[in-house]
Design a protein around this ligand. Structure first.
Ligand code: MLT
Length: 328
């Protein structure tokens, strides 16, 4: 019995040592590829942003950031996995407004807490949200969209990327403003949800702009407004929701990098510096801006500003979600 306890103690000590990084290792970091977990399917907004900034960060760090798409439960499966990963800087995650803010109120038994179980590395991009519909949706503007949805809600399907995602949470707000509860159809990301919208299998979707610009410009889907105070330079003809008659619907998401709690500071500092450099790189900026993203200015970059954003977003979304009565 005594021996068993001693062995268990030795085992725990060995496991702790395996999970920690000494000062020398942190200084040499990174010496091998870094896994960047994307909590949604490939081809969606989180994946696209992760690949764009990840490309440049790989050059700066001298090691590849290898994207791993881990899907399920609106991004919370991947976030739980990232939280439990060894905290040595070789596993990080591209979280967002859903996985690291809205999920807190949506999942009372969430395995992680965004502010307690992660080290913030920095915000990567802001992503305004658009109201999107299939191309033959019978409404010419936002006012007609609202009337049509209210009159026909029993026949309509709203696509989203799972409870906890940006698309779920922002459409929860839109639906509560309109006073409707359509059938909701979950996908493993808005990459596949967008394909369903293009194919006309679903009627509407609230999605981040980076997923939508090429489709809107190509005429494969419709948009009724961007839910930000200003029009977006990548879609200058698309009205804001305020201009189109629904000022209450304001929604903009953000994506950013997190490491598991306890990742050594020299490691997170290297990652933050590499992210900062990516956001200053002209070709990287162009790729992000062409897709409508909002690139954070210097004052919104880095771990401190990002930690404040995460805390304030948990505050913003929790009452919206609680008043909707939706939890998992
Ligand atoms: C995705 O990459 O699929 C999205 O960020 C999903 C979402 O949160 O709506």
């Amino acid at each position: 019995m005594h021996l068993a306890i001693r062995f268990a103690g030795l085992f725990a000590a060995a496991a702790m040592l395996a999970g920690s990084v000494g000062p020398a290792a942190a200084q040499d970091y990174p010496t091998r590829p870094i896994t960047l977990i994307v909590p949604f399917a490939a081809g969606g907004p989180t994946d696209v942003i992760a690949r764009i900034v990840g490309d440049h960060m790989s050059k700066t760090l001298g090691q590849q950031l290898v994207i791993e798409n881990v899907v399920g439960a609106g991004g919370t499966t991947a976030s739980t996995r990232a939280m439990r990963a060894t905290n040595d800087g070789y596993t990080i995650i591209m979280g967002h407004m859903g996985t690291h803010a809205a999920s807190v109120a949506l999942y009372p038994n969430l395995a992680y807490h965004p502010t307690k179980d992660f080290e913030p590395i920095g915000m990567a991009a802001g992503t305004p949200v658009l109201i999107l519909a299939k191309k033959d949706f019978p409404a010419k503007d936002l006012k007609e969209f609202i009337s049509y949805v209210k009159a026909n809600v029993d026949k309509l399907n709203m696509a989203h990327a799972g409870v906890g995602s940006v698309s779920f949470t922002t459409c929860l707000l839109l639906n509560s403003i309109m006073g409707v509860k359509p059938t909701s159809v979950p996908y493993q990301g808005t990459g596949p949800a967008m394909n369903a919208l293009i194919g006309g299998q679903v009627d509407y979707l609230c999605d981040q702009i980076v997923n939508a610009v090429p489709q809107i410009n190509g005429g494969t889907i419709k948009t009724y407004g961007v839910a930000t105070a200003e029009r977006n330079p990548s879609l200058p003809d698309v009205p804001t929701t305020k201009e189109a008659g629904l000022p209450e619907f304001q929604a903009s998401a953000w994506n950013g990098l997190f490491a598991p709690k306890g990742t050594p500071k020299p490691v997170t500092e290297k990652l933050s510096a590499a992210l900062d450099k990516a956001l200053d790189d002209e070709p990287t900026r162009k790729r992000l801006l062409d897709l409508g993203s909002d690139i954070p200015g210097k004052d919104r970059r880095g771990p401190e500003a990002f930690a404040k954003l995460v805390a304030s977003e948990i505050e913003r979304w929790s009452p919206v979600i609680k008043s909707s009565g939706v939890t998992q």
